[in-house]
Design a protein around this ligand. Structure first.
Ligand SMILES: NC(=O)C1=CN([C@@H]2O[C@H](COP(=O)(O)OP(=O)(O)OC[C@H]3O[C@@H](n4cnc5c(N)ncnc54)[C@H](OP(=O)(O)O)[C@@H]3O)[C@@H](O)[C@H]2O)C=CC1
Ligand SMILES: CC(C)(CO)C(=O)C(=O)O
Length: 335
């Protein structure tokens, strides 16, 4: 089975290293800077907040698909790990490197990008997968997992084979039959990406502040309302069912830290991928996260004022303006 990780950056390099450690045949399709960094540092180095640390040297790294020979229809499985807004440009290349029985697994957060991909690649088996944990790209080809979780993939012939190979090496992933519920449940957590980026604090420090938790709880309540209204299933990612998460987040600090130990048991430096995007002055995925909640809210007549303010704030920051998180409690950002 020939596997490719298309767009190996933070999550993609972590995924590629994990699959290589399971002795699978993996090619990285990545930028020249990533390839150079991996070569200069003798491999990909992955670590996690519980002390795991492993290294692996990929032998196949492709930076220019058009100039690579024997790659046409070569891959049986492609994990796509580019950002949501980079998916559109990938269709011709994804078509050229796969065949009719290939599985293409899209690993993006949020809603919108997968539907577009499945629509544009009708001759391929397209699936959605999820990275439930945070990966921070550090210097020297190091990729650090800062929160808990395992890769989640749809159950299909290829992922069953991959899961088996991983298990034999003491590694694990989760296979699900209902990826739509998983995506909706992950979006609930990703509503924090923007808030985390705006408050400019590590997630753990952010969660210790009740006003910041309450903002997140309100954003989550709006999404849960949309899900209820549209009969969308929401998978559980936390110790408590999705509907309880905003309730727990709204509790006073003492009660919250007693009841939400696992939420706080993360790397003290972990931040959201949107924080990373803003630091690097990259376009964010706001339209696919809080923006998707707003869009569905408008469609199904559910009010989403907090998510609207969050979107407006991120758009301002993308344009170089500064935003104070306290402004989210007023209407000023949507004016
Ligand atoms: N980072 C995280 O902790 C988490 C991220 N996610 C989700 O996973 C998805 C991927 O995020 P993440 O891994 O952070 O993204 P990254 O930006 O770190 O990685 C994507 C990489 O793909 C490269 N790329 C883009 N287009 C191509 C192309 N055509 N050919 C080769 N390389 C390409 C990008 O380069 P360039 O920057 O030059 O465009 C970048 O290096 C997102 O939807 C995100 O929300 C989910 C859970 C956690
Ligand atoms: C794991 C999590 C929720 C961390 O914020 C994430 O998905 C991200 O940063 O994009």
């Amino acid at each position: 089975m020939n596997i490719a990780v298309y767009g190996a950056g933070s999550t993609g390099c972590y995924l590629a290293a994990t699959l290589l450690l399971a002795d699978l045949d993996v090619s990285l399709i990545c930028r020249e800077r990533i390839k150079r960094s991996i070569i200069d540092n003798n491999g990909i180095h992955i670590s996690d907040y519980q002390g795991m640390s492993q290294s692996v040297m990929p032998t196949k790294m492709i930076t220019a698909i058009e100039q690579t020979t024997n790659i046409s229809a070569h891959f049986d499985v492609v994990f796509v790990t580019v950002k949501c807004h980079q998916i559109k440009q990938s269709y011709p290349q994804l078509l050229s490197i796969t065949h009719a029985n290939s599985s293409i697994v899209f690993m993006q957060n949020g809603l919108g990008s997968f539907d577009d991909a499945a629509h544009h690649l009708p001759d391929r088996k397209c699936y959605q997968g999820i990275t439930p944990f945070n990966v921070l790209q550090l210097a020297n080809a190091r990729f650090h997992k800062g929160t808990e979780g395992q890769f989640i993939w749809p159950r299909c012939q290829h992922t069953l084979q991959i899961s088996h190979a991983m298990l034999q090496r003491g590694l694990s992933c989760q296979l699900h039959d209902d990826m739509a519920a998983v995506i909706n449940g992950k979006l609930l957590l990703n509503l924090n990406n923007a808030l985390n980026a705006i408050c400019d604090l590590p997630i753990q420090a952010q969660l210790k502040q009740r006003p910041l938790r309450r903002l997140l709880a309100q954003a989550m309540q709006e999404w849960l309302k949309v899900c209820q209204q549209t009969n969308r299933p929401v998978a559980q990612f936390t110790k408590v069912p999705p509907n309880w998460v905003p309730v727990i987040l709204s509790l006073p600090n003492g009660l919250f830290s007693m009841l939400a130990k696992s939420m706080l048991d993360i790397d003290p430096n972990a931040r959201s991928s949107m924080w990373e995007d803003l630091q690097a002055k990259r376009l964010t995925e706001i339209d696919y996260l809080n923006g998707a909640v707003v869009k569905l809210g408008q469609q199904y007549h559910v009010a989403t004022p907090i998510n609207q303010r969050i979107c407006a704030a991120i758009k301002k920051i993308e344009q170089g303006e500064t935003v104070d998180i306290s402004q989210l409690n007023s209407n000023r950002l949507t004016d």
